[in-house]
Design a binder for this molecule. Structure first.
Ligand code: ADP
Length: 152
């Protein structure tokens, strides 16, 4: 069984992330969406609320959602995942991912599969969604579920 971990902050999960998951499901038998959470880094959206919404979204598919606070390679071992799935939007993503990729290979012999973002969602980022939310902007085009005040 080919299992991939898709790690990220998902603060919040966006249509850009969903695009990577949907395409990942065509390559892997199962995708584990792993929401990285540590108490030091302040989030805008509650991690459990985001996790529950993502679970609902993929309830009929081979997707598991977990919250984690450890090295991604350790998480891979726990889930018998040999692959990490990541999206690449631009050269900034590339520079960052290049370093992480090599460290993950050194430490866990984990292969990372990169997917170039689909042009239709390339401009969507969690940062821009958070900015819009701060000023009560409409984010329904960018997020695959509704974001409500009780999730903050
Ligand atoms: P991180 O803090 O680890 O970068 P994010 O939640 O911002 O976490 O992103 C998780 C993954 O999703 C990263 O690989 C990122 O490049 C990818 N990603 C984010 N937005 C998009 C998008 N619009 N299209 C494709 N991939 C994306």
């Amino acid at each position: 069984m080919k299992i991939a971990i898709f790690p990220g902050s998902f603060d919040p999960f966006t249509n850009g992330h969903a695009n990577i998951v949907d395409r990942g499901l065509k390559l892997f038998d199962k995708v584990v969406i792993a929401i990285g959470h540590n108490t030091v880094k302040k989030r805008m959206f509650d991690v459990s609320s985001i996790s529950n919404k993502i679970k609902k979204l993929y309830k009929d598919q081979n997707v598991e959602v977990v919250i984690y606070n450890e090295l991604t390679v350790e998480l891979c071992k726990k889930h018998n995942a040999e692959y990490i799935l990541r999206g690449l939007r631009n050269t900034t993503d590339f520079e960052y991912e290049n370093t992480i990729y090599n460290v993950n290979r050194d430490t866990g012999k984990i292969e990372t599969v990169f997917m170039i973002t689909d042009p239709s969602v390339a401009y969507i980022s969690s940062t821009i969604v958070r900015e819009l939310c701060k000023f009560d902007g409409d984010v329904s085009k960018y997020v695959p579920f509704s974001l409500t005040d009780d999730m903050l």
